[in-house]
Design a protein around this ligand. Structure first.
Ligand code: AMP
Ligand code: GLY
Length: 421
């Protein structure tokens, strides 16, 4: 098969590496890709949000499958557009991707189908939202923009003043644009966070091995939220008993709910969970692989990825036995100094070989450019240095050993991946 992967980050690099292991794969393309991905696939200059351009390119290159990895093109209907032209595509249609692109939709879905989540209220009027937070005696309170916001649309307000400021910047200053037309204000939950990605064909759901993201930029879970600074898999908090409970109370009910709503979800559904004292609850859904969760989960997949993709698209997942490696995996993200706020680009990266790798680890490129045989920074998250080993301790040691060999001006990474709750 010739396959086109849409996107340009570390997640897409991990998807391409997983596809490369399949003997069913002939040619791999990535649009638009990045400097490191270019070492594993032919990168095509088509933007991830250019739906017409992607359909045209898929036809021109006569690809057998398009894998749409990022949230924005899924929400904008790229899979619908490809399928309408008879092109095979992996990922949910827009009417199902809304489970990520509207928090109001996902919260109302959970309420209607009794899926455990934080208590909440929805507001489309800033004054009403402010009056509501003023009436609350219990803090912190969580303020969330309804729409997509690069993982940054959530504010945990410690008091009324912070909650009011969050409402003002999201709903009036529109720092996330139209994503802030409505807000969800919800109860603050506590407990360890777990990510579970799951393949689903709309009827059957097959959870992958668990993982844990580290969203805050600094050690000790301090500083602003980011897209994710590092991951481990499995998540030590996710016991087989909790997995059974999640299957019964969250995973299967969600797939059934989407199907009953006439929005069958086919693709990878991301369950962001919190293991609260009252049991596991949903913090958020994403309509795609997590980044950098994919970087620790996909390397553990032993079954041919193409077989899993085909079963997900064809509705035959229940017949497939998906196997995973028992190894642990760790990914440490090296980011540009200043991320998630403003940061420089175009800084030379030292320590990578000509394939953008270092010995002993896999370096997934998130934001790099390749120029005259050298790699340069080109994004906030630059590299995801990843290792597999029989134990988490060994995987972390290997990953940090890889990080120590790579450098660029102002490089920032967390030193405590895999060590915090
Ligand atoms: P989200 O974009 O919804 O995943 O939120 C980003 C992060 O904010 C999550 O990973 C949590 O750490 C935190 N968060 C979101 N909602 C809540 C909540 N209701 N209670 C506590 N923390 C939350
Ligand atoms: N790592 C979090 C996300 O992909 O949304």
């Amino acid at each position: 098969m010739d396959i086109l992967v849409v996107g340009s980050g570390g997640r897409e690099h991990a998807i391409i590496r997983a596809l490369k292991k399949s003997c069913q794969v002939n040619k791999l393309y990535c649009a638009p890709g990045n400097g490191g991905i270019a070492c594993d696939a032919e990168c095509l200059p088509v933007g991830a949000m250019d739906i017409e351009g992607m359909v045209r390119t898929a036809k021109e290159k006569k690809v057998d499958l398009v894998f749409v990895a990022p949230d924005d093109p899924l929400a904008a209907g790229m899979v619908d557009a490809l399928q309408a032209e008879g092109i095979r595509a992996f990922g949910p249609k827009a009417n199902a991707a809304v489970i990520e692109s509207s928090k109001v939709f996902s919260k109302d879905l959970m309420k209607r189908y009794h899926i455990p989540t934080a208590e909440y209220e929805v507001f489309d009027n800033p004054a009403a939202a402010v009056a509501y937070v003023q009436s609350r005696s219990k803090y912190p309170v969580v303020v969330k923009a309804d729409g997509l916001a690069l993982g940054k649309g959530v504010v945990i307000a410690q008091n009324f003043v912070e909650a009011k400021e969050a409402i003002h910047s999201i709903m009036e200053e529109k720092v996330f644009g139209a994503s802030g037309n409505r807000v969800v204000i919800e109860e603050f939950l506590t407990g360890p966070e777990v990510t579970v990605l799951a393949f689903t064909d709309g009827k059957c759901v097959k959870p992958m091995v668990s993982s844990k993201d580290h969203k805050r930029v600094d050690d000790g879970n301090r500083g602003p939220n980011t897209g994710g600074m590092g991951t481990i898999s499995p998540n030590p908090h996710y016991t087989p008993e909790i997995a059974d409970e999640c299957m019964r109370t969250i995973f299967e009910p969600t797939i059934r709910a989407m199907s009953q709503e006439g929005r069958p979800f086919q693709g990878c559904l991301y369950f962001g969970l919190m293991l609260t004292p009252q049991g596991p609850k949903v913090i958020e859904y994403n309509a795609r692989f997590g980044d950098p969760e994919a970087q620790v989960v996909l390397p553990r997949l032993k079954t041919d990825f193409v077989d899993v993709i085909n079963a997900t698209i064809d509705g035959t997942l229940s017949e497939l036995d998906i196997q995973w490696s028992n190894d642990a995996a760790a990914c440490v993200v090296m980011a540009s100094g200043g991320y998630p706020k403003s940061y420089p680009k175009g800084l030379k990266i030292s320590g990578l070989n000509q394939d953008g790798q270092v010995d002993g680890v896999t370096v997934y490129h998130a934001g790099t450019a390749l120029k005259d045989g050298a790699f340069y920074t080109a994004g906030g998250r630059v590299l995801g240095v990843t290792a597999l080993a029989p134990t988490l301790e060994e995987a972390l040691a290997k990953a940090y050993n890889g990080v120590a060999q790579i450098s660029f001006d102002g490089a920032h990474y967390r030193k405590d991946i895999g060590r915090t709750v």
